[in-house]
Design a protein around this ligand. Sequence first.
Ligand SMILES: *[C@@H]1O[C@H](CO)[C@@H](O)[C@H](O)[C@H]1NC(C)=O
Ligand SMILES: *[C@@H]1O[C@H](CO)[C@@H](O)[C@H](O)[C@H]1NC(C)=O
Ligand SMILES: *[C@@H]1O[C@H](CO)[C@@H](O)[C@H](O)[C@H]1NC(C)=O
Length: 408
Amino acid sequence: MRLINTLAILLRVYITYLLSDIARAKNNASRQFLENLLQGVDARIRPPNADNGTVVVKVNLYVLSLSSISAINMEFTTDIYFREFWNDPRLIYADGPPHISLSSRFIDQIWTPDLYFPNEKSAKLHGVTMPNRLLRIFPDGNVVFSIRMTLVFSCPMEFEAFPMDTQTCAIKIESYAYETHELQLAWQDPPVEIDDELELPQFELMEINNVTCHKQYKTTGKFPCLKVTFSLYRRLGSFLLQVYIPSTLIIIVSCISFWINMDAVAARISLGVTTVLTMTTHLTGLTNSVPKVSYPKAIDIWMSMAMLFVFTALLEYAFVNAISRRRSKHDAYKKTDKLDESIEMTAAPGTQTCVDGVQNVPKEPAKRVTNYQKVAHRIDQLSRYIFPSIFLIFNIVYWPYYGAMRER
Ligand SMILES: *[C@@H]1O[C@H](CO)[C@@H](O)[C@H](O)[C@H]1NC(C)=O
Ligand SMILES: *[C@@H]1O[C@H](CO)[C@@H](O)[C@H](O)[C@H]1NC(C)=O
Ligand SMILES: *[C@@H]1O[C@H](CO)[C@@H](O)[C@H](O)[C@H]1NC(C)=O
């Protein structure tokens, strides 16, 4: 019985030893394999390709996010998987797995293209939990290299049609050291992939264009380059709610003034001044969310027009009031007449002739009184139609004009 137990223990120990030996041998084999594979590769030298020694590097971008499209800083931030595909004949292997995935620790041991982004402002590589890099080698020497990064790109923007503008932002890729006869850049198919969860709060991604180009520098030579452009269509929603609708309402309120009786000075002045002040506040509140450029933007034209409207509505009342003040001069006349009449009633008959002379005067101005009153009232009445009509015409011109600008 004891013997059997001892034998069993011995057997277990032997099996464990055998298994660990197999594991060690496997480890040895894959190390051997990698060492053999990487032995012939000098990471400093670019792959010796047959076609004139030109390495063709294909590129693909997988866009995870496109955010912080800043009109103020003229930049945008993007989180991408940047993938490069090329062939290195030194990495061809015969008996082995369908492909080898190398840990990021090995990447420094093989040659990788020296691509960079000329229009990048800042970049961040991700290193949690390990550097976010992937390297895969295929039996025919094809290499796939992928790296995750967050980049801030500069994007020159034009704001003539702001906020109905379409911005075109680009990602440029260039080789830093290799000229076009040493390295060629091309787009992998598909060139750009967009993540399903990509969400742009302020924009709509309309179009993606891939371009292959060459960049000629006077002193250093001709370099291969790639460019992908994103056409971003600004969503009008928040501007409609925050700018266009409130200012339209203020204009409507300022037009209400024309329906209020001319004599209600306090009501009309306070309405006019309130609308002008509200518009001013609205205008100041806007300056922080709008890019500062020297030329007028669509939103500036709208706001200036709205300001002009409420201001003119206030001026219109000042004008009407001025006319009615002329009336009040004759009103004073009228009052003195009435006074004279009452004087006349109590006066002695001897003064009759003198009073008579005064009494005949008001007949002419009395006619004019009604005329001025009518003119002022007429101006108010006309304004009721003219102001909304001008605003309507302005809208009819404004929206299609900037709408057409947006389509371009
Ligand atoms: C591992 O490989 C070396 C040669 O590189 C060899 O000497 C050694 O015996 C191998 N070990 C195993 C466990 O196969
Ligand atoms: C090699 O380069 C020459 C000129 O630089 C060009 O005419 C020729 O087509 C190239 N050959 C290949 C296979 O790319
Ligand atoms: C864009 O990418 C596609 C797919 O790879 C390619 O067929 C096309 O030639 C590229 N366009 C340009 C202008 O490089």
